[in-house]
Design a protein around this ligand. Structure first.
Ligand code: CA
Ligand code: CA
Length: 519
């Protein structure tokens, strides 16, 4: 070959190997994705104007878009997580309760699995899927950080409230002894133990990963257990909240009188099979807490854990911002559900009210405006929105959420959404920018004007003039929602543990076993 032609060929080959970005023809650069999930964090965060001391989240909020009206698609931990990780609504999948994620639909490409198949290096740590044996769907992960062998085999990477994590002698507070709810506990630990705590260890690992260069775009999913109860966190976080400065929420006398049925007799959510006093029922727990003078004490433990979670998130965000991925990483921050601290005389979550279904949510990064978007949106929207931001093609299965890309670039323009939220099987809420409509299994209804009554104190459902409005909202509730996936389907899907890895496999027809999963 002529020397010039040879050089030209070499140059052309080099150009092919290292294409020069061209706005007309080049594939758009794919940003990294960092998904940060917290457990049971409500909107008492600092950036939402609450009492929580959350400086790291506040900084993320200042450089991103905050969604004050973001809604969880379900009121329990597992279905909310399953929904955002699959893009499939509980009314489509039948995942309403805390069954292991993805039972009955192992063919669904989860967000991590789909991004892995699109070429992303997918990393994970902590509680992203729900915990417990086999709840963690490992498909797609290049690495899932789980250093404790026993917990790894159980699909629960590291328990935050059991050894080797530092814990106090339980119960540590007076509340479990009079409420009978052992999980409802809190204690200030020695500040020196912070680095030995589960969320801290996961944060350290995640920080190392997001702070260094990778050979391809990465997706990091990092989940923190805090502020889920029990709240065992270092004393310095308790010290942020002197008891005398804590302001319990206002709970109007007789707020429950306008609920359908008698909430002090029948459990909330009517035919709910959930009988835990934390979940609903006759609300004895709130009265006991107030009678014992422990309202501020119980709030203090929760807020301390919120600040501890914020500090761990800060470790990850600081590493991201100090490293090579700072300008090319989309950050998504979410909680799987909110939390009652006495509102509606209730503690914990599982209700179809704003206090449970409203979740803190921030997106930040390239292509995302700063400020706030006040319209209603759903955690289901995460999957299609991340596809849009990363130019990853859609998976084979139908996604029930909406792409929020238009909102991210122009938050002033409302989407006018109607969002469906699943409670217990057959119980739903429909939330729009203006209204919240709730319908229970026995036909009981609630209607709240979210503009005039953001605390949802005045149930308008008994006003005949609202009938047409409620009928219109009820039309979003599917006539035939998917039946709940029963736990007995354990035998249809097998958990395969392989070294540090484990995944689900469908058991071939005719080989249905009772269960491959020891307790
Ligand atoms: Ca949760
Ligand atoms: Ca009321």
């Amino acid at each position: 070959m002529h020397a010039f032609a040879k050089r030209l060929a070499l140059v052309l080959a080099a150009l092919l190997l290292c294409p020069v970005p061209d706005s007309r023809t080049a594939e758009p650069a794919r940003p990294n994705v960092l998904v940060i999930v917290v457990d049971d964090m409500n909107d008492w965060t600092g950036f939402a104007g609450g009492q929580g001391v959350t400086p790291n989240l506040d900084r993320l909020a200042a450089r991103g878009l905050v969604f004050p009206s973001m809604q969880a698609p379900a009121t329990f931990c597992t279905p909310s997580r399953t929904a955002f990780l699959t893009g499939v609504h509980p009314a489509t999948s039948g995942h309403y309760r805390n069954q292991p994620a993805l039972f009955g639909m192992p063919e669904i490409a989860t967000l991590p699995a789909h991004f892995a198949s699109a070429g992303y290096k997918v990393l994970g740590a902590g509680k992203v899927f729900h915990h417990m044996h086999g709840y963690l769907d490992r498909r797609g992960y290049a690495e899932y950080f789980a250093w404790n062998p026993a917990n790894r085999e159980k699909g629960w990477p590291l328990l935050p409230w059991a050894p080797p994590a530092p814990t106090p002698k339980r119960p540590a507070s007076a509340i479990p002894t009079y409420t009978g709810t052992p999980e409802f506990d809190f204690a200030a630990l020695d500040d020196a133990v912070e680095d030995r705590m589960a969320d801290s260890i996961d944060a350290k690992w995640a920080a190392e990963q997001v702070g260094r260069a990778h050979d391809r775009p990465f997706m990091m999913t990092i989940g923190f257990y805090a502020p889920h109860k029990p709240n065992y966190v270092p004393k310095k976080y308790f010290d942020l909240y002197p008891l005398e400065k804590i302001r319990p929420p206002h709970v109007p006398v007789n707020d429950l009188a306008d609920l359908p049925g008698d909430p002090h007799v029948k459990p909330l959510c009517c035919l709910s099979p959930v009988k835990s006093p934390l979940n609903s029922g006759a609300w004895p727990i709130h009265k006991e807490i107030v009678d014992h003078g422990d309202w501020r004490v119980a709030i203090q433990g929760y807020l301390a854990a919120m600040s501890y979670a914020d500090a761990q998130i800060g470790r990850v965000l600081d590493a991201l911002n100090a490293g090579p991925n700072r300008d090319n990483t989309v950050v998504v921050f979410l909680s799987d559900n909110g939390y009652h601290l006495g509102e509606k005389e209730k503690w914990a979550k599982h209700s179809l009210w704003q206090r449970t279904t409203g979740v803190p949510f921030i997106m930040a990064g390239p292509g995302i405006r700063t400020g706030r978007y006040d319209g209603v949106a759903s955690l289901l929207d995460i999957y299609p929105t991340l596809l849009s931001l990363t130019h990853v093609a859609a998976p084979a299965h139908h996604l029930d959420g909406k792409d929020l890309r238009a909102v991210l670039s122009n938050p002033a323009k409302p989407m006018d959404r109607q969002v469906l939220i699943a409670g217990n099987e057959g119980e739903f809420a429909v939330v729009t920018d203006r209204w919240r409509y709730i319908r229970y299994l026995d036909g009981g209804e609630e209607l709240y004007d979210r503009h005039a009554d953001p605390n949802e104190w005045v149930n308008l459902a008994r006003d005949p003039a609202r009938r047409k409005l409620m009928d219109g909202l009820a039309r979003l509730i599917p006539a035939h929602p998917a039946k709940s996936k029963p736990d007995v389907e354990l035998g249809q899907v097998k958990l395969v543990v392989d070294g540090q890895d484990f995944h689900w496999e469908a058991v071939p027809e005719g080989e249905i076993r009772a269960s491959d999963t020891p307790d």
